[in-house]
Design a protein around this ligand. Sequence first.
Ligand SMILES: Nc1ncnc2c1ncn2[C@@H]1O[C@H](COP(=O)(O)OP(=O)(O)O)[C@@H](O)[C@H]1O
Ligand SMILES: [Mg+2]
Length: 258
Amino acid sequence: MSFFKVENISKSFGGVQAVQKLSFDVSKGEIFSIIGPNGAGKSTIFNCINGLYAVDQGKISIEQNVLTGLKPHQIARKGVARTFQNLELFKYMTTLDNILLGRHTEMKAPLWNILGLNIKNSRAAKEEVQHRLKAEEIIDFLDLEKYRERPVFSLPYGIQKLVELGRALATEPKLLLLDEPAAGLNNEERQDMIFWIKDIRDELGITVIVIEHNMHLVKDISDRVLALNFGKKLIVGNVEDVLQDEEVIHAYLGEAIH
Ligand SMILES: Nc1ncnc2c1ncn2[C@@H]1O[C@H](COP(=O)(O)OP(=O)(O)O)[C@@H](O)[C@H]1O
Ligand SMILES: [Mg+2]
């Protein structure tokens, strides 16, 4: 029985068929990559998985729980977290507070309590302690200690990407969706990102689906790769087979596979 399953999903925008009758499975503990030229429908798949978009047809499930039809916060509670192609952080808030905000799907107490203001009752106080412990654990895990009180806008881009990763981890996901985690990173930052993604799978046991353009990263981390073009599956398999596939090479013509 597969851990995560996408069955025959389609999504169109007016005349644009962004995703067409797409199916794939991901096993528990796998690092599964999705590649394809710009506009192939990769981000749309993530938006369908996490409920930002409603699919036109098809079904998505995790451990037998159907996700299609649920709202993004409900899908987050089922253990699915994501990062975005363009960073979505609160730039004027600190690293710590951005990561704490990742706990909002868990939160029973109001946000102002979580952010440490005006704690009125003991349940909220206890919850806040738990949230802070978890956030500190993540800061420790991602080696963000020296940035914890710094506003995010003041940090190098590679560190900002890590803070976003930390915020996603704060929800304690089973499945992590990373949309172009290496975009905009220099070589050294990209190597670090590769290290963190492997660590998240190896140390935390989290299953990862990653959309990525950078083939160094794809080759280095992927157990399997799905290649897409015009919203359709070209091939799914191990990295070598996929990158040698004629249709994949053809799809990338005019766009370097780097
Ligand atoms: N919200 C939207 N409204 C209209 N068209 C969209 C929307 N999201 C994506 N698309 C279109 O769907 C196609 C796939 O986009 P996307 O999933 O972002 O591609 P990728 O992430 O592979 O670059 C593109 O043609 C894009 O313009
Ligand atoms: Mg995209």
